[in-house]
Design a protein around this ligand. Structure first.
Ligand SMILES: Cc1cc2nc3c(=O)[nH]c(=O)nc-3n(C[C@H](O)[C@H](O)[C@H](O)COP(=O)(O)O)c2cc1C
Length: 338
């Protein structure tokens, strides 16, 4: 057997496959099945900032006035019942997951402002989280807010959480930043032990008959891996923080590409929803087979071999390649037309 262990956030993981945040891990039975199938770690489903805000305002309101009048001002938010778990239930689930398996269990906090995150991060640490993933899904819809302000807000949030807990903190990032290398370096300075590339945005769809805007969720395809590979390959070697890839990882080939780009782990969700939790076992067997056939002695030795720092020609990562790709396409089209 080839050694496929990887280091992520200071933890030695048995394999590069981590289950990213998904409702699948809301069942302890599934958590056990993930470990049995070979998952090296699990990121639990997220606790949402808005949910915590609702919980604490409901409590304040009940204590001070004995009514629920605050609810009118929060019409834009889903009901508390719409969230998967309350804060207490989440912590209890985290404790049970830790007891049920030996692999690391990471907790996930999902929000956009500093708020009470520090307290919740501490609670997660106390409940046994091996690490905390901060999912900072923020949408810039306010024209008066600058990108610099949004980045500062994110950095303050990360730095306050990192200062409050001892466990490692990883930040799940959106792809929509002007300078990802600069931001990643500043997140590292703020204390982040890892960056997770990238959040998937779930844009609403338009129904042109009923004139409604509806939420839509679709599972990923491997094509979504490409921008993640690109940025991991650019960041690798310029960052001490670890890199994780989430989005479009479906097969052993996708895992290998992620590691070769420079990631320490490749995270999976859609593939497990589509093929079942046992898919992890098949991907790991394929990974072993591929490495054995090419006489690698460990997976770790492939890490970063296709990063921007390692390849002799860096142009595929840069603007030159963009121009080359577009011009070669129009040339072929023109030739075909004759
Ligand atoms: C049904 C579903 C629920 C998800 N819930 C969360 C969540 O609570 N927090 C989070 O950070 N990401 C969540 N995600 C995003 C996944 O963790 C993952 O980053 C994303 O699906 C991309 O990976 P994939 O291509 O393997 O699906 C969810 C994804 C799906 C499909």
């Amino acid at each position: 057997m080839i050694d496929i262990s990887m280091q992520y956030l200071g933890m030695k993981l048995s394999s590069p496959i981590v289950v990213a945040s998904t409702p699948l891990s809301e069942s302890i039975d599934n958590v056990r099945r993930m470990e049995d199938a070979g998952a090296a770690a699990i990121v639990l489903t997220s606790l949402f900032e808005e949910q915590l805000e609702l919980e604490s305002r409901a409590l304040d309101d009940d204590l001070s006035r004995g009514t629920n009048s605050f609810a009118e001002s929060l019409d834009y938010l889903p009901d508390l019942d719409d969230y998967r778990m309350t804060h207490e239930v989440y912590l209890e689930h985290l404790r049970r997951a830790r007891e049920a398996v030996k692999i690391p269990i990471m907790a996930s906090l999902n929000g956009a402002t500093t708020g009470g995150w520090v307290r919740y991060a501490k609670d997660m640490e106390q409940a046994g989280a091996s690490a905390i993933e901060l999912n900072t899904y923020a949408l810039a819809t306010d024209a008066s807010q600058t990108s610099a302000e949004l980045e500062l807000q994110l950095l303050e949030l990360v730095s306050s959480v990192c200062a409050a807990v001892k466990v490692p903190v990883a930040v799940k990032l959106s792809q929509s930043f002007t300078s990802i290398p600069h931001l990643a370096a500043r997140l590292q300075d703020a204390g982040a032990g890892g960056v997770v590339l990238f959040n998937r945005f779930y844009q609403p769809d338009f129904d042109i008959e009923t004139l409604e805007v509806r939420p839509s969720l679709h599972f990923s395809t491997p094509s979504e891996l490409l921008p993640r590979l690109h940025w991991a390959a650019i960041l690798y070697g310029h960052l001490n923080a670890d890199i994780a890839i989430t989005g479009g990882v479906h097969s052993a080939e996708d895992v290998l590409k992620s590691i070769m780009a420079g990631a320490s782990v490749a995270m999976m969700v859609s593939a497990l929803h589509i093929h079942g939790i046992d898919h992890i076992r098949r991907v790991l067997a394929d990974l072993q087979y591929w490495l054995e056939k090419r006489e690698y002695t460990s997976l770790a030795e492939t890490r970063g071999c296709l990063s921007r720092r390692s390849v002799p020609d860096t142009s595929p990562f840069d603007r030159g390649n963009y121009i080359k790709t577009l011009s070669s396409y129009s040339l072929r089209q023109t030739v075909a037309a004759f």
